[in-house]
Design a protein around this ligand. Structure first.
Ligand SMILES: Cc1cc2nc3c(=O)[nH]c(=O)nc-3n(C[C@H](O)[C@H](O)[C@H](O)COP(=O)(O)O)c2cc1C
Length: 354
């Protein structure tokens, strides 16, 4: 099978590959730069990216803005000509400011999900930064592209279709994630591709579509390319690479996880998430609720009095390497990972001729 590059503005990748953004602290400048250097699109997650800054507890917003610049420079130093961007979730408080900061520091692309990024074109106006929404269903794709077309006379530079096997927060109700099979989801992928094509025709340019969630073998890659996609977005497979910014304890949890350890959890974000079962999840399921003593103001809609746990604290705990007492997000296929590898090895395995 011949693999074509993804074209973003005046740059192109070697492989039709996007490394999915992973917060908190999993895809930072180290991983994104390494992926961009080998020939994919590397994405830094902006979610509480400043958690390692000294003043994060007092000024999380400023710490995050500062860390965005630092991590971008770290990635760029590794891949001066590569495609490097940010994953910025729409559900975040200060979404607009994070988008503008990403554009200011020089990001090639901003990928946004966890909500509909209806205002994204306005925020990057005047910058060279390209924009890509993440959608899980046909309706969201239609709605978003229609709003961008009517309100801003523009369209997407790339579209990510995130399916039910993905890691982190999922764009479907829990019952749907459990019911829908990968084969059934293929129909949705094709419908979304058709919607995107309409706008590609209207704007007279190609809009690459990449599929995310469980893209961990050359057969999977081949299958979605046959369905009409232009590439894949891969996340979990990169967690256990030497270059990944995750703490060793986080990577170890991936290596140890068996099929039965991977489950869905409810999240204060208001979407289900997929994670590795551990003491933290058992505690939540048992209804034990730790008092929330501090709000980091991460989400636009969150009432600390009503949520089962603080998502920032849960993700920072695991990002620091405590795989038992924090939330360890992962994709459905994580149980297949058995060892630490390198970014180059993961990419070569995915795009092996089959
Ligand atoms: C640890 C982890 C953290 C993630 N964090 C984010 C995030 O902050 N924003 C986002 O849009 N997607 C996030 N995702 C989803 C990925 O970007 C990606 O789309 C998905 O996991 C792809 O599926 P795969 O892991 O099976 O390759 C996360 C996934 C994982 C595994």
């Amino acid at each position: 099978m011949e693999y074509l590059p993804l074209i973003i503005g005046n740059k192109k990748t070697k492989y039709p590959l996007v490394q999915g953004g992973m917060g908190v602290g999993i895809s930072l400048g180290g991983l994104a730069g390494a992926v961009a250097k080998v020939g994919g699109i590397g994405l830094i997650s902006s979610a509480q990216i400043g958690f390692q800054e000294e003043d994060f507890e007092e000024n999380p917003f400023e710490a995050n803005l500062r860390a965005m610049e630092k991590e971008y420079k770290k990635a760029r130093a590794q891949a001066p000509d590569g495609i490097i961007g940010f994953n910025i979730m729409v559900a975040l408080q200060h979404y607009k400011e994070y988008v503008i900061q990403a554009a200011k520091v020089g990001a090639d692309i901003i990928v946004s999900g966890a909500g509909l990024a209806t205002e994204l074109p306005a925020y990057v106006k005047g910058f060279a930064t390209k924009i890509a929404p993440i959608v899980s269903g046909e309706r969201a794709a239609e709605l978003l592209l229609k709003v961008w077309d009517r309100k801003y006379r523009t369209t997407a530079d790339m579209v990510v279709i995130e399916g039910p096997l993905a890691g982190g927060h999922l764009g479907f109700p829990k019952e749907e994630v459990e019911a829908i099979t990968p084969e059934e989801y293929e129909g949705t992928i094709q419908k979304i591709i058709r919607v995107v094509k309409e706008y590609a025709v209207k704007y007279g340019r190609k809009i690459p579509v990449v599929v995310a969630g469980g893209m961990d073998s050359p057969e999977q890659v081949k299958r979605v390319l046959e369905l009409g996609a232009d590439g894949v977005q891969v996340a979990s497979s990169f967690v256990t690479t030497v270059e990944c910014d995750a703490a060793e304890g986080f990577k170890q949890k991936y290596i140890e996880a068996g099929c039965k350890d991977i489950q869905l959890v409810t999240s204060p974000v208001g979407m289900p998430g997929r994670a590795i079962r551990n003491a933290f999840i058992e505690q939540i399921e048992a209804g034990i609720r730790e008092p929330i003593s501090k709000c980091y103001g991460c989400l636009r809609k969150c009432n600390p009095a009503e949520i089962p746990y603080c998502i920032t604290k849960a993700l920072i705990t695991s990002a620091r390497g405590d795989g038992e007492n924090g939330l360890v997000f992962c994709g459905a296929g994580t149980y297949k990972i058995t060892k630490i590898s390198t970014v180059q090895e993961v990419i070569e395995k995915l795009f092996k001729k089959c």
